[in-house]
Design a protein around this ligand. Structure first.
Ligand code: NAP
Length: 309
């Protein structure tokens, strides 16, 4: 199949690019990837997306984005692109054995949750260890859980988990939170949340049969270790950009984010554009991702026009 524009990724950036390219009659094809709707599809209340004074649930917001794009002719495939060849135009993409051609590509693959890298963490992932409170919080009714991190995600997950858990420990490696002041206040004021400053999780105990039973905490200043019983561990230590697929072709910064030319969504490959969290490690908001999605659509439309495609 040959398309003028293929969009890889379906968060606010990708689906906004789809709305705009569809309205420009470019009939875009969106590959939604392994997490349709992107990170907002695993969030609860979104309180800061303009136009929703009472907030909106993340998955619902993304369904609305998709419907809006489809209304103008965008095609959304619930498939993951697993290979690309960006050396010649038209560009080539594959989902399994299916091959696609595109005159222009918009990359909006976002970023994925970062993990601590412990062996016990990967063994117990899904068995008491999670990177998504919204997905798994329900399983921890009246349980004691740990949340790792000190940013807005950690604060948000800790607050969300208080709806289920009897006790939430926030484990942070420093003595101050990175989270915004409003989130900090909510965490500090919450009677169910205990903050454990200057601590990291060094190991997680439990088996896939028992689930998580305890963690080993290490004080980052004294080096002292202690074992604390708990039933769940939620990782909220930031994200890594999903750029592995493109690393042979696209210029990335030292953290793996796609480099776009100043004030545009142009990458180093002519005809390939990038938007959203995959190229923004600074703002990382739904509304800024949507904004750059719009930019990518307009950049690609103008670029195609200049190529007389
Ligand atoms: P973040 O701001 O990068 O925070 C990551 C946190 O994890 C930091 O506190 C960091 O500690 C800690 N951390 C990182 N690696 C660690 C490790 N190996 N071991 C222990 N701790 C580690 O990431 P985020 O919280 O996911 O937020 C990302 C962006 O999304 C931010 O711009 C945030 O404002 C935004 N966001 C907004 C909302 C909202 O407005 N409702 C909700 C979620 C996220 P240090 O502080 O020591 O570096």
């Amino acid at each position: 199949m040959h398309k003028k524009v293929i969009i890889i990724g379906s968060g606010p950036a990708g689906l906004t690019a789809a709305v705009y390219t569809a309205r420009a009659n470019l009939a875009p094809l969106v590959f939604e990837g392994s997490q349709p709707g992107g990170q907002l599809s695993i969030t609860t209340d979104v309180e800061n997306y303009p136009g929703f004074p009472d907030g909106i649930m993340g998955p619902q917001l993304m369904d609305e984005f998709r419907k809006q794009a489809q209304r103008f002719g965008a095609e959304c495939h619930f498939q993951t692109v697993d290979k690309v060849n960006l050396s010649n135009r038209p560009f080539k993409l594959w989902t399994g054995n299916d091959e696609y051609f595109a005159d222009a590509i918009i990359i909006s693959t976002g970023a994925s949750a970062r993990l601590l890298g412990l062996k016990s963490e990967s063994t117990l992932m899904g068995y008491g260890v999670s990177a998504c409170a919204t997905c798994d919080g329900f399983f921890f009714k009246e349980k004691k859980v740990m949340v790792v991190g000190g940013g807005d995600s950690a604060a948000e997950e800790a607050i969300f988990l208080t709806k289920f858990a009897s006790e939430v420990w926030l484990i942070h490696r420093r003595d101050e939170l990175r989270a915004s002041k409003i989130m900090q206040k909510r965490v500090f004021d919450h009677p169910k949340i205990n903050i454990h400053w200057n601590n990291i999780i060094e190991d997680i105990h439990g088996t896939q049969e028992t689930g998580v039973t305890a963690v080993v905490l290490k004080d980052t200043i004294s080096g002292e270790k202690s074992e604390e019983s708990c039933d769940g561990v939620f990782m909220a230590i930031g994200h890594t950009p999903n750029t592995d697929l493109f690393q042979d072709y696209i210029d990335l910064d030292s953290n793996g984010y796609i480099i776009t030319k100043p004030d545009t969504t142009y990458t180093n490959v002519d005809g390939v554009f990038a938007c959203g969290d995959v190229q923004d490690h600074n703002y990382r908001q739904a509304v800024t991702a949507a904004g750059t999605g719009c930019m990518a659509a307009m950049d690609s439309e103008r670029w195609l026009e200049n190529q007389h495609i």
